[in-house]
Write a protein that binds this ligand. Structure first.
Ligand code: SAH
Length: 379
């Protein structure tokens, strides 16, 4: 066997093999929302209220050891230690930015690491979590897409990110955004179960509007989300016409802008108090002209929308440049002048490659083949 490479930078060092799993497959309770946890306890012949006790211990108190769950009784604690576990991803590395942003590299298995970012801003503390190892969508300006796609994260691996962050941080996580690596709506079941835990009063107790799911526009799944877990929705639009969006966000070839905006209108109709956020990465000379701004205004007029302009965050080999500040300002003023609320998202953590689109993690390099297979599966 070839020796595994070892790198010096802890956040680039995802090459160390994880310890081999033990012989027993234990149920990981970390990703079970209340109904599934109740069924689990019923399968052990226990009363369902045990689920409420365990939710509180694990998520509200950050406990990872059954032995400390003193109100469960000795026999049940011993049984749980045999058949269950509380297992979060392993922290492989941590980096802190000069602006207070923190980034974790998390190992989810021997070949895959994902990244998680915490962004403090006044009293708000936003945790950005990943939903897939890699991403199949291959957006032209995103470094995650470059590595291809390996697999969906489990609910335990997604909720486990929140669990880890809450345990490590000395200030509260007030908001969670599913804006890390991956396309959350291509991992619907695990993502919505993890969202249930974020919203669960006995776990993290976040209000719906404080959980934001960002999607490149998987239209049927937007409708499913409206029924299943109507959290705040952000849509990565990035272009006001199909020809340009086909190039920047290739999933547009399957779900073009008109269908995407129709789904957004349905989502907004089902959640009347909330506007949909449209993300628009500002790429110099590509999508940042006054004509693009005018076209965007016309497009978004019928939708309860707000726009987040994201100055492009570069990564090595990226074929784009960030639009100059004056161009971003002008673009924003045009939208605002036409009555569409637009803000510029300040790049955070760019000194530690933690800004939007810079998350790399590491997935084993069978990228192109797996990406093609995954795209074929959604088309
Ligand atoms: N797959 C989801 C969520 C992950 S990306 C989605 O597409 O929405 C989170 C946001 O960062 C998206 O709006 C994405 O388009 C944007 N983004 C990706 N790469 C970027 C980059 N290099 N600079 C700025 N924003 C980027």
């Amino acid at each position: 066997m070839m020796p595994q490479p070892v790198t010096a930078d802890p956040l680039r060092g995802c090459a160390r093999p994880a310890p081999a799993p033990g012989p027993v497959e234990r149920a990981n309770l970390l990703g079970m929302a209340r109904p599934r946890l109740e069924s689990f306890f019923e399968s052990l012949g226990e009363r369902p209220f045990r689920a409420r006790q365990v939710l509180k211990w694990v998520h509200a108190r950050g406990e990872g050891d059954f032995e400390s769950m003193t109100d469960l009784g000795r026999a049940l604690r011993a049984r749980l230690a045999e058949v269950a576990e509380i297992r979060a991803p392993d922290v492989e590395g941590r980096r802190n930015s000069g602006d207070g942003t923190r980034k974790w590299l998390l190992r989810v298995d021997s070949g895959n690491c994902v990244e998680m970012v915490f962004i403090p801003e006044g009293r708000r503390g936003t945790l950005c979590v990943s939903s897939q190892a890699g991403c199949p969508l291959d957006c032209a300006f995103c470094s995650t897409g470059r590595q291809g796609f390996n697999r969906n994260l489990s609910a335990a691996e997604i909720a486990g990110q929140v669990w880890l962050a809450v345990r490590e941080l000395d200030r509260p996580v007030t908001n969670v955004v599913l804006m890390g690596m991956g396309e959350p709506l291509l991992n619907f079941e695990a993502v919505t179960e993890a969202i249930d835990l974020m919203l669960e009063d006995l776990a993290y107790g976040l209000a719906r509007r404080r959980v934001t799911l960002s999607t490149a526009g998987i239209v049927p799944a937007i409708d499913r989300l409206a029924r299943r877990a109507p959290v705040s929705l952000a849509v990565s639009l990035h272009a006001p016409d199909d020809a340009l969006r086909d190039r920047l966000v290739p999933i547009n070839r399957k779900y073009p802008i008109a269908e995407l905006l129709a789904a957004c209108r349905r989502y907004a109709a089902a959640n009347p108090k909330q506007k949909i956020t449209f993300e628009y990465v500002m790429l110099e000379g590509v999508n940042d002209s006054p004509e693009h701004a005018r076209a965007l205004v016309a497009l978004l007029r019928p939708v309860p929308a707000k726009v987040n302009l994201i100055p492009f965050n570069p990564f090595p080999g990226a074929p784009f440049r960030r639009s100059p500040e004056a161009v971003v300002d002008g673009f924003r003023e045009r939208l605002n002048g036409a009555g569409i609320v637009a803000i510029t998202r300040r790049p955070r953590g760019d000194d530690i490659d933690a800004a939007c689109g810079q998350l790399a993690g590491e997935v084993v390099a069978r990228a192109a083949r797996v990406r093609r297979a995954a795209l074929a599966a959604v088309s």
